[in-house]
Design a binder for this molecule. Sequence first.
Ligand code: NAP
Ligand code: HSE
Length: 428
Amino acid sequence: MSAPLRIAIAGLGTVGVGVIKMIRRHAALIEARTGRTVEIVAVSARSKDKDRGVPLSGYAWEDDPVAMATREDVDVFVELMGGSDGPAKAATKAALAAGKDVVTANKAMLALHGQALGETAEAAGKVLRFEAAVAGGIPVIKALTEGLAGNEMTRVMGVMNGTCNYILTRMESAGLPYDEVFAEADALGYLEADPTLDVGGIDAGHKLSLLSSIAFGTQVDFPGVELEGIDRITIEDIRQAADMGYKIKLLGVAQLTGRGLEQRMSPCLVPDTSPLGQLDGGTNMVVLEGSDVGQIVLRGAGAGEGPTASAVMSDILDIARGTRLSTFGQPATSLTKSQPARAVTAAPYYLRMQLVDKPGALAKVAAILGEAGISIDRMRQYGHDEETAPVLIVTHKTTRADIDAALKDFEATDAVSGAPVTLRIEAV
Ligand code: NAP
Ligand code: HSE
C-alpha cells in the first residue's frame, strides 16, 4: 500500500463540499482503485463558522488559502474558490512553487492564465489538472487528452453553459420572453453572481478556449474567441427557427482553418433533430470530431455539486494512481500561438429584420444582399404593424464578412428599421 495522498481544499462552496462528500463516501472505492487512501489534511474558505452540511472538525482550518497551499503535509492543492485572479491564482502559483500538484475547476483562471500556469507547473515537474472546468461532469478533457490522443482533431463544438440552454429551451417550451425566463433562472439560483458571465457567453467562451488548446495544440487564446450572448434572442426568433426545423443554441465551435484558429461562442441555429437540437434544459453536450474516430457526442450535467465534484475526483484519482499528464495534453512550451480567424468558414445565415413598410423597401434589401454576393434561400414576411413589417431571410452559404458588409449597407438605407438579428446556421 502506498502512502496516503494528502490534499488541501480551498473553497467550500457547491463544488468543495461535493468533493469532501465524495472522498468520505467513497473511501473504500478510492483505495481499491488507486492502491492508496486520499486524506483531506486542511480546508479553507472565507467564513469558518458557516454550516456547510459536512463535518470539518477533522481537518485543519486555514484562513489564508495561499498559506494552506504551501503546507508541508500537503501533496495536492485543490482550488475551488473561483475567480480569474485574486486568491485562486495566488494560491495556485504558491502551491506549484512549493512543489504541490494542483487540481482546479476554475475555467476563468485557466482561460486567462492557463498558459503561464501550465508552464510553471511543468517546469516544476508538477501537474495542473482541470477536468471540472469544462462541461462539469462530462469527462471531456480526458476524452481529448487521452481517448482521442492519436487523432488530428478537426472540430470541437458544444453547448457548454447550462444556464443559457435552460433559458433558451424554457423560452421555447413555455412561450415566454427572454426577460421573464431570465428572472426565473435568477430565482432558481442558476445564474452566476455576475450573470453576464452566463448570458454574455463569457463562461462558455472560457471553456471553449480550453478545449481548443488541447484539441489543436495551441496556446489558450480566450481573447481570440468571438463572443456573442443570448440576451438579444427573442421569442419570435425561437418560434421562427422552430417553424423552419431549427433550435437556437448558444453554441461553441472551434476549428483550425487555413487562415487561423476559428473560435466562436454565439447563438446559432441547429437542426432540431440533431443531438444538439434535442438538448433540453441545463444539460451540456460536447461534440468532438477527429480525423480517424469521426464524431463523438458527450452529454451530461454541466454543473452542480455531484457532477462537478465527480470531475474533480477524476483528477485527484489520476494523481493518486501516478498518472501524470501535461496540462493541455502536450508540453505547455510546445503549444503554438494561434492566429485568430473570424468565422471564415461559410454557412447559411438567418436574418430577421423590421422592414419599413413602403414601396421598394424589400427590393432594396434584396439588392444589397445581391451586391454583397449573398444568395437568398428562403424568405418570409409574417404580419406587420402600421409602420414596419417583420421579414425573415435564410441565405445560402455565405461568410460572416459578406453578412457584415450587407448589414452596413442596410444601415445606410431607409428600408430597414433597427439592427437585424443575424444567426449562423451551423452544420452539426
Ligand atoms: P461557490 O459555491 O461560490 O464557493 C466558493 C467557495 O470559495 C466558498 O466556500 C467561499 O468561501 C470560498 N472563497 C471565495 N473567496 C475566497 C477567499 N478569498 N479565500 C478563501 N475562500 C474563498 O463556488 P462553486 O460553485 O463551488 O465554484 C467553485 C469553482 O468551481 C469555480 O471556479 C467555478 O467556476 C467552478 N465550477 C463550478 C461549477 C458549479 O456547478 N458550481 C461547475 C463547474 C465549475 P465562503 O463559503 O466562506 O464564502
Ligand atoms: N454557469 C455555468 C453554467 C456553471 O450555467 O453552465 C457551470 O460552469
